[in-house]
Design a protein. Sequence first.
Length: 88
Amino acid sequence: MSTQANTYQLFSKEILSIWKNQDVSYIKVEELSTIEGITFFELIPDSELLDGGEVDTLYAIDSEDVDDMLLFSKNVKFVVHNIYLEED
């Protein structure tokens, strides 16, 4: 078992508000893993979309798609790494 602290937080209205205040323009979504039937996606603010053949998607910060990521789902979770929550 790992004693490492969890470095991710669930995406929330507070995180979205912080990012909007920091003038984030868009969010990149990357699939992390599937654990016990729950698929986890990492949200990365203002990240570049790399053409590495992976399936990454960008969403404008004010889009309905980003708002939908705040809705509860038992099979899908959107998470944010703590590094993206540090203040500049």
